[in-house]
Design a protein around this ligand. Structure first.
Ligand SMILES: C[S@@+](CC[C@H](N)C(=O)[O-])C[C@H]1O[C@@H](n2cnc3c(N)ncnc32)[C@H](O)[C@@H]1O
Ligand code: SF4
Length: 369
């Protein structure tokens, strides 16, 4: 892969917060805030241009719900990116089925978007209610049809392991997923995030999480169904048709450099990880008051570098380059132990997690780091 840099823009607004989501976004805002947010993002971009200029790059506008921004405001952000950096190699926008029409999708395409990522989660209306989604399965199906008519590259996000979901419901979702000619599918296992309604309902016993055994069975059902249908399982939760892996996400997993703009966005620049303040109000006011953007900085020393390399690379089908591990002392020894126990395998100059153990990847990676 050529040395691409990544540019991520976080649009932290949602129609309503979903019950499971721990990403930073707000569901109370007005038009004035959206305008001021866009001004601040454009200013933050100006600050980051020297780092990005001259390199091929990918652009990913995510959230939150980027399609909640009026088209003119999204245009404003994209125009300033294109005029300072030229066109990206890949340009993804995330969309929620409740917030787009066929016309809006066509407008995104005209704006230069090459890849649309749609948050579907499930085709089961009961489960969509449990998740607290604002759309129905009907909205999701219509939106998928439109997106496939407009874009060559369409991803849809799904979730399994939703409290109360059974295996038959998951299989029904998978059958329906395969009816759409998607070039990419992200199928995430539900993770219970601190501070979300799901976390407090589980703690108080109102909601029961899916048992570990069922969770693993669901993971393997997704994996086997999608790989048998011809998708390349290139990361724990990601499946792509040949040539449609997400270049932007590969930048994260391969620890290449990227810049994140907007509240709560993270950058990885010159060996430092920098996290923007997770407050729309503070993000905008630091820009408007003329102060510099507030960021938490973490310097990645060689030990952390090893831990990160293992944690990120072992999530991918390629695995970790042996030469990267040789600098990693004790960690290298634990990897060798897991190779001899049969959990990891050596493939050419890479070591990777055997696919049959991907359902318990977190536990295996925790043994190493
Ligand atoms: C940051 S969200 C943005 C997508 C868009 N806002 C939407 O939901 O339609 C990206 C994806 O992460 C997944 N996701 C978010 N929270 C999750 C959680 N707690 N467990 C598993 N997947 C999650 C969902 O599949 C979601 O579509
Ligand atoms: S999953 Fe998407 S729509 Fe739901 S709260 Fe999170 S970012 Fe917003």
């Amino acid at each position: 892969m050529i040395r691409l840099k990544g540019l991520y823009i976080h649009v932290p607004f949602c129609v309503r917060k979903c019950n499971y989501c721990g990403f930073y976004s707000v569901d109370e805002f007005d038009e004035g805030v959206l305008n001021r947010f866009v001004e601040a993002v454009v200013a933050e971009l100006r600050e980051r241009i020297p780092f990005l200029k001259g390199s091929p790059y990918t652009l990913y506008i995510g959230g939150g719900t980027p399609t909640l921004l009026p088209a003119e405001l999204l245009d404003k952000i994209v125009d300033s990116v294109f005029s300072s950096l030229g066109e990206p190699r890949e340009f993804t926008v995330e969309a929620n089925p409740k917030t787009v029409s066929l016309k809006r999708l066509a407008r995104l395409r005209e704006m230069g978007v090459s890849r649309l990522s749609l948050g579907v989660q499930s085709f089961n209306d009961r489960l969509l209610k449990v998740l607290g989604r604002v759309h129905t399965s009907f909205d999701a199906r219509s939106c998928l049809e439109w997106a496939l008519g407009v874009f060559d590259s369409v991803n849809a996000d799904f979730i399994f392991g939703i409290p109360s979901q059974n295996l038959e419901e998951l299989e029904a979702d998978l059958r329906e997923v395969l009816g759409f000619p998607l070039s990419h599918i992200s199928y995430y296992g539900l993770s219970v995030e601190e501070g979300t309604p799901f976390a407090s309902w589980i703690e108080s016993g109102v909601l029961t999480p899916v048992e570990d055994d069922l969770w693993a069975k669901m993971y393997d059902t997704v994996r086997l169904t999608l790989t048998e249908a011809g998708y390349n399982h290139y990361e724990i939760s990601n499946y792509a048709r040949c040539g449609f892996s997400c270049l932007h996400n590969l930048i994260y997993w391969r620890r290449r450099e990227y810049v994140g703009l907007g509240p709560s966005a993270v950058s990885f620049v010159s060996g430092r990880r920098e996290k923007n303040v997770d407050s729309v109000k503070d993000y905008i006011s630091s820009y408007e008051s003329g102060a510099s953007f507030e960021r938490e900085v973490e310097v990645i020393d060689p030990d952390k570098e090893c831990v990160e390399a293992v944690m990120l690379s072992l999530r991918t089908s390629r695995g970790i380059r042996v030469s990267e591990l040789t600098e990693c002392g004790g960690l290298m020894r634990r990897v060798e132990e897991l190779v001899s126990l049969g959990f990891l395998e050596v493939k050419g100059s890479f070591i990777r997690l055997k696919e049959e153990f991907w359902s318990v990847s977190n536990r295996i990676i925790a043994e190493i780091v």
